[in-house]
Write a protein that binds this ligand. Structure first.
Ligand code: ZN
Ligand code: ZN
Length: 358
């Protein structure tokens, strides 16, 4: 996998800065990012000199193939014992663990076996690197978003009154997979009528009815990387009220897209959309952050939210997804995925944003 050497070098630089000999990486996306290994069980141990991937017999061959930059060690005992053996053989005196991922039970087992070294918590090292995508990663995300666009355009020919949310969701998933997605980034959201006011309404057996807003939030996964896009349509002719709410959300979304730029904090971009929605009197109907980072995980850093303090930089990928959710009328959300560039952003998702009536 391209880029692994460069990523390991960055990790090693951070280890030197923090004065620790090595780190364990167990969180699946972090593990995949640094090694290329996609198996479900494995631990990386990275020091200044060595890069070891400890896994079990099911994955040894796959690990050697996917992670050529790592020495693969097969674990045939408790994982904590193998980690201790490796740490001892490499003369590691201080070893970091992901404090936001390692469980209480794992920590207890590891501390016991690693009592001969300093077992120190760390967080954010790999996530910090993952925030800024390289060209290859941006290309994967673009592919994932193309699959989402393709599925959305396909579904417009399928949607009609009487079809259930679940049938729409399954058709979207089927289309993305058929066109080359390795899977979906998250369960497709299809929420119609009053259910569209649930920001994360799972698709249900409810049938689409004339007059419904339908929020469709989907993402394909391509080589591990996620897409994420939301469009809201109306079944039948939109009422003036629906048209007005949709217009407010679209205006806020377009203004926020124009505000995404390097050097700005996530909170500043969030405020652009939030102020527009508040100005129309719907502040309390937009109860979530404006957006989130997307990469190997569908929700990652940086956040565009009132508390988003990360300063945006080129290569970061964020969603821009304001919404208004009204219990009586339903909800509208419009979401694009963008990459921060040198002077603004480029948009991955291209599906039409004018109000679609079916
Ligand atoms: Zn989404
Ligand atoms: Zn999203």
């Amino acid at each position: 996998m391209q880029g692994v050497e460069a990523r390991l070098e960055k990790v090693r630089g951070l280890l030197r800065d923090k004065g620790i000999d090595a780190i364990l990486v167990m969180q699946p996306e972090n593990r995949r990012y640094l090694s290329g290994f996609t198996g479900s069980n494995g631990v990386l141990l990275i020091s200044a000199e060595d890069a070891i991937l400890i896994t079990d017999f099911r994955y040894t061959e796959q690990a050697q193939e996917e992670a050529p930059g790592f020495k693969v060690t097969e674990c045939d005992q408790k994982i904590s014992e193998t980690i201790a053996d490796v740490a001892r053989s490499l003369d590691i005196r201080s070893l970091g663990f992901e404090s936001d991922f390692v469980t209480y039970r794992q920590h207890a087992a590891l501390s016991e076996k690693l009592s001969f070294l300093d077992f120190v918590p760390y967080e954010g090292i790999v996530e910090g690197l993952r925030m800024v995508k390289d060209e290859d990663e941006l290309a994967m995300i673009a592919q994932a978003c193309d699959l989402g666009d393709s599925a959305f355009s396909h579904i417009l020919g399928v949607i009609r009154p009487g079809i259930s949310e679940l049938d729409v969701a399954i058709e979207l998933e089927w289309h993305m997979r058929k066109k080359g997605a390795e899977g979906i980034a998250f369960d497709v959201i299809v929420a119609s009528g009053a259910r569209s006011a649930l920001p994360h309404g799972r698709a249900s057996g409810k049938k689409l009815e004339t007059g419904d807003f339908v929020v469709i939030d989907l993402g394909a996964r391509f080589n591990g990387y996620c897409g994420d896009m939301t469009r809201t349509i109306v079944i039948g002719r939109a009422t003036d009220e629906q048209r007005r709410i949709y217009g407010i959300v679209l205006d806020a979304q377009v203004a926020a897209l124009a505000a995404v730029a390097p050097g700005k904090k996530g909170s500043e971009v969030d405020a652009v959309a939030r102020d527009r929605i508040a100005r129309e009197g719907y502040a309390s109907a937009f109860g979530h952050g404006l957006g989130h980072g997307v990469g190997l995980a569908v929700h990652e850093e940086p956040r565009l939210s009132p508390s988003g303090d990360v300063v945006l930089g080129p290569g970061m990928v964020v969603s821009v997804e304001p919404g208004i959710y009204l219990p009586e009328l339903g909800g509208v959300r419009i979401e694009d995925l963008v990459a921060v560039t040198g002077d603004g952003c480029s948009v991955f998702t291209h599906s039409d944003k004018t109000l679609i009536e079916i």
